[in-house]
Design a protein around this ligand. Structure first.
Ligand SMILES: Cc1cc2nc3c(=O)[nH]c(=O)nc-3n(C[C@H](O)[C@H](O)[C@H](O)COP(=O)(O)OP(=O)(O)OC[C@H]3O[C@@H](n4cnc5c(N)ncnc54)[C@H](O)[C@@H]3O)c2cc1C
Length: 578
């Protein structure tokens, strides 16, 4: 076992983590910063972001920060904290320009003006993009920049399994170096958790296999609060049968959604916005069409029913210029050339609005009056809350980089003025965690964790999908509780130490089971329909009883639920029509 001392540890190397590290390294070049990631940094899920990043680059034409804020708040079904949204919209343009300076090849028009495309729920086009590979270009630009900074060190393929927190203070992080299997403990003054979302607890999902919510589960286990975990976004257009995302930019560029009768059915659900309504509304529309018998089925695409995303009228040249990856994905994964045939799509779990409860600066609160000293969360794992009950497309990348910058600054300031930590104080905790991992490897008989994973994902799809109802959710919760019990007796068959992906998977499955129970409890508890949480028995939003955030905290074996206030600054809740 090795103990490494740093001033700041950034857990996660997606857009939020790398942006945070860049900011902290710039804020104080004497700080020793570690970026710890269970994947190679460039394999972080952010690399797959496709359509773009939101931000009002050109005010005075038809757009303004105020309009961006209004769209975001309305899109969130009025659950977002409006002070946080104002920070988002105020800072997004600066971040897009920063990435321009760092070298992201934004699509540009004449005179080098960054082009903007339309996205769902946005009143005007305000999404900057680099073809349909925006995440790849933003992440690689950050990675290249960080490689040149002597005070930043990457720890690729180190799996974090435990946060050490004592008296509401961050003490350290337990990791396994995947290449050797050795335990490595990071002791530092400050830590930013940037471990991404948890949509992989579902079966049909657009997200990376690594999006298992580890950082959220670690924080929950360490006593931190989680917020709004019932709100899981289903993206309307995932390719059937693989679930790979067909970006909303396809509709932003003019694509149509069509049912088996050849109707552009969005006319029935969002007459003014049509295919550019927010995702919760389009996902419900697709499932409603399928349930009404207007879905499409074709053996070529497995057993799923779906609808068509038709891009043919855009023409080959536009598809090649603006949506080259969508063309490649459709051809390779479904044998479809989108300039000649419509693409089979249906909703898939895509993004998790809920996460670790933070204040407006990304600081984590364990419920203590002054929060947990030395811990922040940025990116999809944190709930500030900007997205409320439903995120608008392209607002996540802005959220990741803005709160990457904010938490990077805050953590750097904290680390610059704090005392050096000591590894000795947490020796007992370290030994306990090593013991837990060793006992998993030593157990000879038990249940196959992959069976638990499969049952868990199917349960989440069946019980906590686009439409939810009490009976199905209760069945789902019962099943998750059973899986949680069975998980205690799993066996890790691979006993080796070097690249033991069987062990890593088992640890991820344990995290996923815990988070699934939190989602289940929070979803059952919220008796209304708001944004992505759509309940058949309670089909309306109920501001009188439910205009509040759900806060979940571990209490023994149970999930304790309390509430917190939604911050309303300028925009009073109103009926959400598109
Ligand atoms: C296919 C797809 C396309 C998208 N396109 C867009 C888009 O165009 N615009 C937009 O705004 N949003 C988009 N989104 C959403 C957006 O991409 C994500 O919300 C965002 O990239 C999340 O970034 P992050 O930095 O929070 O986390 P991630 O990029 O998910 O990174 C998480 C990091 O944490 C590390 N990690 C996790 N667990 C551990 C552990 N136990 N130990 C060590 N390290 C760990 C991982 O290795 C990784 O480095 C898209 C989402 C999907 C699924």
């Amino acid at each position: 076992m090795e103990v490494l001392e740093y001033d700041l540890v950034v857990l996660g190397s997606g857009l939020a983590g790398m942006r945070a590290a860049l900011q902290a390294a710039k804020a104080d070049d004497k700080l020793k910063i570690a970026i710890v990631s269970k994947l190679h940094a460039m394999r972080s899920h952010s690399v797959s972001a496709e359509g773009g990043i939101s931000g009002v680059l050109y005010t005075g034409e038809s757009d303004s920060a105020k309009l961006h804020a209004y769209d975001t708040i309305k899109g969130s079904d009025y659950l977002s904290d409006q002070d946080a949204v104002e920070i988002l919209v105020g800072n997004a343009p600066g971040e897009i320009k920063l990435f321009d300076n760092l070298g992201v090849p934004w699509n540009k028009g004449e005179k080098g003006k960054i082009e903007l495309r339309a996205f769902g729920g946005m009143s005007v086009p305000r999404t900057a993009f680099a073809a349909d590979k925006t995440g790849f270009f933003m992440l690689s630009t950050l990675y290249d920049t960080l490689l040149g900074m002597p005070n930043v060190k990457f720890f690729h393929e180190y799996m974090a399994t435990k946060l050490f927190v004592e008296d509401s203070k961050f003490k350290g992080l337990f990791t396994i170096d995947m290449a050797t299997g050795d335990s490595v403990v990071f002791v530092s003054k400050a830590c930013i958790i940037a471990t991404g979302g948890f949509a992989r607890i579902f079966d049909f999902t657009t997200t990376a296999h690594s999006s298992t919510g580890d950082g959220i589960a670690l924080a929950y286990e360490a006593g931190m609060q989680l917020k709004d975990m019932e709100f899981v976004q289903f993206h309307p257009t995932a390719l059937v049968p693989s679930g790979i995302l067909i970006t909303e930019a396809s509709r932003g560029e003019g694509g149509y959604l069509v049912n088996s009768k050849g109707e552009r059915f969005m006319e029935r659900y969002a007459k003014s916005k049509m295919e550019l309504a927010p995702r919760d509304i389009i996902s419900r529309a697709i499932i409603t069409e399928i349930e009404a018998g207007r879905g499409i089925k074709d053996k070529r695409f497995g057993n799923y029913e779906y609808v068509h995303l038709d891009l043919r009228h855009l023409g080959e040249a536009k598809i090649d210029e603006r949506l080259p990856m969508i063309k490649e994905i459709s051809m390779k994964m479904a044998g479809i050339d989108p300039s000649k045939e419509p693409i089979p799509v249906r909703p898939a779990a895509h993004f998790t609005m809920g996460g670790i409860n933070t204040d407006i600066k990304g600081r984590i609160s364990a419920g203590a009056r002054h929060g947990t000293l030395g811990l922040w969360a940025a990116g999809e794992c944190g709930c500030i809350s900007v997205h409320g009950a439903n995120r608008l497309g392209s607002n996540s990348l802005s959220q990741c980089v803005i709160w990457g910058r904010i938490t990077g600054n805050e953590a750097a300031r904290f680390a610059s003025t704090s005392k050096k930590p000591s590894g000795n104080r947490i020796m007992a905790d370290i030994e306990k965690e090593e013991g837990r991992i060793n006992s998993l490897l030593e157990r000879k008989e038990g249940e196959n964790p992959y069976a638990i994973r499969e049952e868990l994902r199917r349960t989440m799809d069946a019980s906590f999908g686009v439409y939810r109802n009490s009976a199905a959710m209760s069945r789902g919760r019962k099943k998750v509780i059973e899986l949680r019990k069975r998980f205690k007796n799993i066996v890790v068959r691979d006993k080796s130490r070097v690249y033991n992906t069987n062990l890593r998977d088992a640890l991820e499955i344990g995290n996923a089971v815990e988070l699934a129970l939190v989602v289940a409890e929070c979803a059952i508890n919220r008796k209304e329909t708001r944004g992505a949480h759509s309940r058949k028995e309670y089909p309306k939003r109920d501001d009188r009883s439910w205009l509040k955030h759900t806060i979940a905290q571990k209490s023994g074996n149970r999930v304790k639920i309390t509430y917190s206030k939604v911050e309303i600054t300028k925009w009073q809740p109103e009926e959400r029509k598109y």
